[in-house]
Design a protein around this ligand. Sequence first.
Ligand code: ZN
Length: 469
Amino acid sequence: MSKNRFSFDLSRFTVGAANAWLLGIVALTATVAHGQTQTDPDTALRMLNAQQQQFEKGVVQVADNVFTAVGYHGANTSMIVGTDGVIIIDTLFGPSSAADAAEAFRQHSDKPVKAIIYTHSHGDHIGGASAFVGDAKPDIYATESFGSAEGVNKAVDPIKQKRNVRQFGRKLSPAESTNRGVAPAGTKDGDRGEGFLPPTVTVPNSGLKTTIAGIDIEFHISPGETDDAMFIWLPSEKVLFAGDNFYNSFPNLYAIRGTAYRDVLNWSESVGNMATLKPHVVVPGHTMPIAGEAAATAALQDYSDAIRSVYDQTVRGINAGKGPDQLAHEVELPEHLQDKPYLIQFYGTVPHAVRAIYCGLLGWYDGNPTTLNRLEPKIKAKKMAQLAGGTAELTAQMESALENQDYQWALELSDHVKWLDDADRKLARKTKIAALRGLAAREYNAPNRNYYLSYANELESGQLSNVWF
Ligand SMILES: [Zn+2]
């Protein structure tokens, strides 16, 4: 064991410890309705606190010559020690967090960096490369389509940035912060991308097998969270680096910060391909590695099956003529997968995935002619008020929904009330803020929770326009 106070070996997370963690989570989720991520406030908080163990800061030795730094920023970075140098897989978000991890790695090897590998192009994996390199000029490996992930919807960057802040809870107070599902809250992000080094070696679409610093290494193209993703395989050590196609949470098949369609079917296939290798350790892009051939292989196979099941159920529902609202409430993980610790919906959710698949395959239209030309919100609000018996009645319904802790209904009614010229719109805003906080307290899905809280704060501060309210 190293003297580094942040170091621990993987034995801590093999059978005994992993089972204890699993049993704790399963006990907590027993009270949670499947398919939903709302529970009582105590349970929600305890679950999120338990998940915190997945990104506690430390270097994990995953094999004799392989080390993974967890919790130095949002994502993981790994070092493989070869004969005359080391290989770095993923480089965190910026040079300061990367320098911190590089220093921790140097306690295990001070050999020069021979190669850097980017599993995919998301900013939390590529922004700190320069901090690992020093005077060396390593080869930098990435796929042919590297960088394609975020380019497609650049036009809407301004709103994506705002939604990103909400999803990750970047402006929440310490009292409101929990975590980001597969990453800690409160990462230092001021140096985003400043250490990025452009790729110098392109991994072809057929993949690549080579030897670097005496280490046999394989690059497998594996589209999933992004189209430009690959996983890395060390055949002699049987260690697999999954990138962001696998981590300890139900996958984020759709990100509420706003993303183009993520090809869910490819994602399932890519993780299924990983399982066929029967790794002895799987190192995720975020969260703790999973050790042991049986555990690692089962986790990958279950993950692939879970994604495929959500996809298949959604497609069957679509072909039966069902719309996204109905399907989002109907589709569930198969029973044997519901309590797997790596499939609990801390980051992605099944209902969001269902909506994304619907939209990705068919676009926004649900096939019902009623929705071809819906009423504009203001007209609909007026008709809702008429139906309720007037604006005062609609407002009273909104208030009683809040009082009864029927938070979703309170939100929906407040959205009507705010369009009415003769309504107490300040009250509607206040109700919306309280309902968002009520939902947040019961939410164990971190992006949902962060988004509710961030939006409530923005409403309260008056920074959102009437359009957004
Ligand atoms: Zn990531």
